[in-house]
Design a protein around this ligand. Sequence first.
Ligand SMILES: [Zn+2]
Ligand SMILES: [Zn+2]
Length: 374
Amino acid sequence: MTKRCYYEVLEVTRTVEFEEIKRSYRKMAVKHHPDKNPGDATAVERFREIAEAYDVLSDSDKRSSYDRYGHAAFQGGASGGGGHDPFDLFKEMFGASGGGGGIFDHFFGGGNGAQDGRGSDLRYDLQITLEEAFTGCEKEVEIRKLDNCGACDGAGGAKGAKVTTCSLCRGHGQVVASRGFFQVAQPCPQCHGAGKTIDKPCRACGGEGRAEKTSRIKLNIPAGIDEGSRLRSSGSGEAGKRGGGSGDLYVVIHLKEHAIFSREAADLYCRVPIAFVTAALGGEVEVPTLSGPVMMKIPPGTQGGSDFRVKGRGMPRLQSHAKGDLHVKLEVEVPTKLNSSQKEALQTFAGLCGDENTPIHRSFTERLKGLFVD
Ligand SMILES: [Zn+2]
Ligand SMILES: [Zn+2]
């Protein structure tokens, strides 16, 4: 198979700057990504070809070899574009952490952040109540972070400044230095990693295009979220240098301890005290839930420590209409501070009780007897 010219593959001319090559790669890689062309067998081949062309043309050394010798420059073992997995390259360029459609969500929603100049991702720990996790909620958080400079709109130049692609790194923001056998990529000393130089830098930000600011960020917390869940707010991280695209904000959720309920996945647990008379006679007990109290029936002769389950009164399950259950442990309360007539009534009651009223006690006594017989 005859190899197509790399410039032709990326649809650029031979004299374009690095920025243009990168822009073209991003456009074409998205268009020909196999995920976007299901069932098209040539898409994978095309996707590889685009990655290979970019791999060579984005590297100033490889590019100049290619300009001189064409494809022959990389024959006989020398690596042209073959060394770089096209899918890895894609992920690097779009900063996606894998996961199917997410790559595209990130690209189409996340601005044009270049990998090299992109701002840092940030982490924010957010505490919410169990009630908020139950209903889902909107939260606004305040974060102090590097944002686009207001004076230059993130570009880094003063009014009327001329922006040019850095001549030393050709817009890469990095230069490759040789250390003996090794090649080490370093931030470009001329543009300090920005890939562009500006003749008159913005005075507010010193040409970096960003400044520390406090931003308010709105977050949508879905119903059913649990302790330790991580939410991503795309593009809400730190701004990149000179408009290099923002990182993402990762919000880690923590749940405040609740006075009544504890939680395990979608199930809730609580302890409810009942009067010993109710336990003996049976009846209805009011049980709290996160959507208001409900009445729960208990049979006569309910023992302390019994577990009951109220179906569907737990936490919502994420991305589903189903809910977990509420587990209720009953605590039978023995009355304290009895007055004389109450004491009398209980003594009368005790006189009326026989063995048949306390089967648990009876079987316990029998087991005790067995213990001391030789
Ligand atoms: Zn500025
Ligand atoms: Zn440079």
